[in-house]
Design a binder for this molecule. Structure first.
Ligand code: AMP
Length: 396
C-alpha cells in the first residue's frame, strides 16, 4: 500500500517537522561544495511554505562525536544556502531541542522556515533516544520524512520521533523524495513489469549477496559484471590471474549459480590488463586469464550480449559499474550499459552510489526513470529489507 505524502495533509497554520538530508559536503572554509541535497528537498519544503505551513527542518551533517557542538559539522551553512535557493530568509537555531530552538519554534509564523542545528551533536540521535525524540515531537503537529539516505537507519529523528507523534494522533507522512524512492525501489520491484532484468556490478560480491538472493526470487535475469564476476568465475573453476576476487565467497557464489541456473548471465569475454593502470598491456580474454593479467572491464562480445538483454527488458534495475569506469579505456563497458539503459523503453532504476555517479558523469541521468539518492539505503531496499522509518508512515 502507498504511503501518504505531504501533499495529502492540510498544513495551513500547522507546524511541520521535516527530516531532510542536508548532509552536504563542505570545504575547509565551511563552504558547501555541492548543494544538490538541499535542492532536492525544495519541492517538499515549498509544498509546506506555499500552503502557509510553519516548517522546522532537521538533519544530520557528517559524523560528529555526539558530545556537543562542533563548528565544522554545523548546519548553519546549509540554512544560509537554503535561504538563497528559496529567495527568502531562513531562521537557524543554534541548538536542536533546547532554548534557542524552543524560542525560534515559538516565533514561527505561517510560511516561515527554521533549520535546527545538527541532530548528531547529541548521542541521543544515533541511539534512537525516546526522551530526545519526545522533545522534537512536541514541537510540531505533522511529521515528514524526506531523508531517503537515512531511511535504513533507526535514528531518533527517523523512528522514535514519528512513533511519539503517531501516539498523539499526529499525521506522519513522506516527503516527495522518499515517495519517489519507495515508488521505484520497492513498489516497482515488488510488482515488476516483465521481463525484469537486474544488472549488478562493482568491486565486491560480499556487498551484493543479499541483493542477488532477493532479486533471484523476483527477476527474470541477473546480469553480473564488474570485479564481482571473477569470484563467480572462480566458482566455475576458472583461472582469473591477478583479478580482484573474494576467495572466501567462492562457495556462496557456487550456491548462487546452482540456484540461479539460466537466470544468471556472466561475462563471455573480459577486457584484461597486465597491471591496474590505464597504460597497461591490454588483452580481450574469453577463457582462463594468464598471470599477470587481471580483469578490468567486460569485453566487446559481453557488451553486445548485455545490451540485447537490456533492449528486451520492461524493467531494468542497475547497481554497480561493469568495470573500472574511473580509468579509461576500462569505462567502455559501464558506458555502453549506461547508454543501453538510458535509451531503452523499459522502466529504468539506477541504484545509488557508483552507478548513480557513473550515469550522471556520462550524461544519461535525465534519460532514466529514477536515479536513487541513497547508497546504503538503496542497496538495503533492493535486498528486500523493510525499513522501520518507512513502515511507520501513514498509509493512504
Ligand atoms: P562498488 O562500490 O562495490 O559498487 O564498486 C565500485 C568500484 O568497483 C568502482 O570503483 C570500480 O572501479 C570497481 N571495479 C569495478 N570493476 C572492477 C574490476 N574489474 N577490477 C577492479 N575494480 C573494479
Amino acid at each position: 500500500m502507498a504511503k501518504k505524502t505531504i501533499a495529502d495533509v492540510d498544513v495551513s497554520g500547522k507546524t511541520v517537522l521535516m527530516r531532510v538530508d542536508f548532509n552536504v559536503p563542505l570545504d575547509k572554509e565551511r563552504k558547501i561544495t555541492d548543494d544538490r541535497r538541499i535542492e532536492m528537498a525544495l519541492p517538499s519544503i515549498r509544498s509546506v511554505t506555499e500552503r502557509s505551513g510553519r516548517l522546522i527542518l532537521m538533519s544530520h551533517l557528517g559524523r560528529p562525536s555526539g558530545s556537543g557542538p562542533e563548528p565544522e559539522f554545523s548546519l548553519a551553512p546549509a540554512a544560509v544556502r537554503l535561504g538563497e535557493l528559496l529567495g527568502e530568509p531562513v531562521e537557524f537555531a543554534s541548538d536542536t531541542v533546547d532554548d534557542d530552538a524552543k524560542s525560534k519554534v515559538g516565533a514561527l509564523k505561517n510560511g516561515d522556515v527554521l533549520v535546527l542545528e545538527n541532530l548528531r551533536f547529541s548521542k541521543a540521535e544515533n541511539k534512537g533516544d525516546e526522551a530526545f525524540a519526545g522533545k522534537l515531537a512536541a514541537m510540531a503537529d505533522i511529521y515528514v520524512n524526506d531523508a531517503f539516505g537515512t531511511c535504513h537507519r533507526t535514528d531518533a529523528s527517523m523512528v522514535a520521533v514519528p512513533k511519539a507523534m503517531k501516539a498523539k494522533g499526529k499525521p506522519c507522512v513522506s516527503g516527495f523524495l522518499v515517495e519517489k524512492e519507495i515508488r521505484y525501489l520497492k513498489d516497482a520491484i515488488e510488482n515488476p513489469r516483465r521481463p525484469f532484468v537486474a544488472i549488478l556490478g562493482g568491486a565486491k560480491v560480499s556487498d551484493k549477496i543479499m541483493v542477488i538472493q532477493n532479486l533471484l526470487r523476483i527477476c527474470d535475469r541477473i546480469i553480473i559484471g564488474g570485479a564481482m564476476a571473477y569470484t563467480f568465475f572462480l566458482a566455475q573453476g576458472r583461472k582469473v590471474g591477478k583479478s580482484l576476487v573474494e576467495t572466501d565467497k567462492v562457495d556462496e557464489a557456487k550456491r548462487i549459480l546452482e540456484r540461479g541456473g539460466d537466470k544468471i548471465l556472466l561475462p563471455v569475454d573480459t577486457h584484461c590488463g597486465d597491471a591496474f593502470s590505464a597504460d597497461c598491456e591490454k588483452r580481450i580474454i574469453d577463457g582462463d586469464f594468464p598471470d599477470p593479467f587481471q580483469g578490468l572491464d567486460i569485453g566487446p562480445r559481453t557488451i553486445e550480449k548485455f545490451k540485447q538483454e537490456v533492449a528486451g527488458a520492461k524493467l531494468v534495475v542497475w547497481n554497480g559499474p561493469m568495470g573500472v569506469f574511473e580509468m579509461p579505456p576500462f569505462d567502455a563497458g559501464t558506458r555502453a550499459i549506461a547508454e543501453a539503459v538510458a535509451t531503452s523503453s523499459a522502466t529504468s532504476i539506477i541504484g545509488g552510489g557508483d552507478s548513480a555517479a557513473a550515469i550522471q558523469q556520462m550524461g544519461f541521468a535525465d534519460k532514466v526513470s529514477h536515479v536513487s539518492t541513497g547508497g546504503g539505503a538503496s542497496l538495503s531496499m533492493l535486498e528486500g529489507q523493510k525499513f522501520e522509518a518507512v513502515e511507520i508512515l501513514d498509509e493512504k
